[in-house]
Design a protein around this ligand. Structure first.
Ligand code: SF4
Length: 247
């Protein structure tokens, strides 16, 4: 993709999302950090459902530590991976109190030294809580970067590096949200909404969904589709989602 196309792509996303923001609910950097740890392999909506009451009772590292791991595990059971997440959140709360006076550090190395905090989580916290121009690459960002040709890479680190190099300075602050929200709501893994996509013109994805393919199946088409793969609409097979390889 040329520099002009990249700028146009971001310009279109910025126009479509004039005020992009995280879909996680939080009040301060600590609550954001906890919400991001909880969001591993869970939807933001399911995390918000849990944190609404969780943050009323345990809004700070002190209160989280006092209530403890067993209490937290029960509170977050419905979003999965509860054992590991509870262990990490309590250990991170303790580390914040012992090493950082109960505050969340704004430096990558200090963040990544916290239990359960990897590069992606650190990137989200640095960007959302501290306004740093980082780009966290999750499955949605990875998919959009590869499908469009904006930053095609085989793993999340490569995509992050290419995105940081390709993204014009003026779009860096919000690039993470433009890409993640676009991937979550428009360029979806199984069925991208290409007919409604504001960046379709710049997108290099070879299997774009046409207006016709995106239309709901008529009763006749649906009954044929039920009959078997030989007569099913070809679009189903054409929708391929890219998945990041973990290092
Ligand atoms: S045109 Fe389709 S594949 Fe390309 S970015 Fe838009 S929704 Fe995704």
């Amino acid at each position: 993709m040329t520099r002009a196309e990249v700028a146009k792509l971001y310009g279109k996303l910025a126009k479509a999302m004039p005020e992009p923001r995280s879909e996680l609910e939080f009040r301060d950097p600590y609550q954001l950090l906890v919400a991001v740890i909880l969001s591993a392999q869970a939807t933001d909506r399911s995390v918000n459902r849990v944190t609404e009451s969780l943050f009323r009772e345990a809004p700070t590292p002190e209160s989280m530590l006092a209530l403890g791991e067993a209490w937290l595990r029960k509170r977050i059971r419905e979003i999965g991976l509860a054992n590991g997440k509870a262990r990490n959140i309590v250990a991170t709360s303790r580390a914040l109190l012992e090493r950082h006076g109960g505050t969340v550090p704004a430096e990558r190395a200090a963040l990544e030294a916290l239990p359960g905090v990897g590069r992606k989580t650190a990137n989200v916290v640095l960007n959302v809580a501290f306004g740093q121009p980082t780009i966290a690459v999750d499955t949605h960002v990875f998919r959009v970067a590869n499908r469009t040709g904006l930053a095609p890479g085989k793993d999340v680190r490569e995509v992050e590096r290419l995105l940081l190099a390709a993204t014009p300075k003026r779009f860096l602050q919000h690039a993470h949200h433009y890409l993640i929200l676009h991937g979550r709501h428009v360029c979806k893994a199984r069925k991208p909404d290409c007919p409604a996509c504001p960046i379709a013109e710049m997108c290099a994805y070879p299997d774009k969904v046409s207006e016709q393919d995106a239309a709901p199946a008529s009763p006749v088409t649906a009954s044929r589709a039920k009959a078997g793969p030989a007569t099913a609409p070809s679009v189903t097979a054409a929708l391929r989602g890219s998945r990041p390889q973990r290092k």
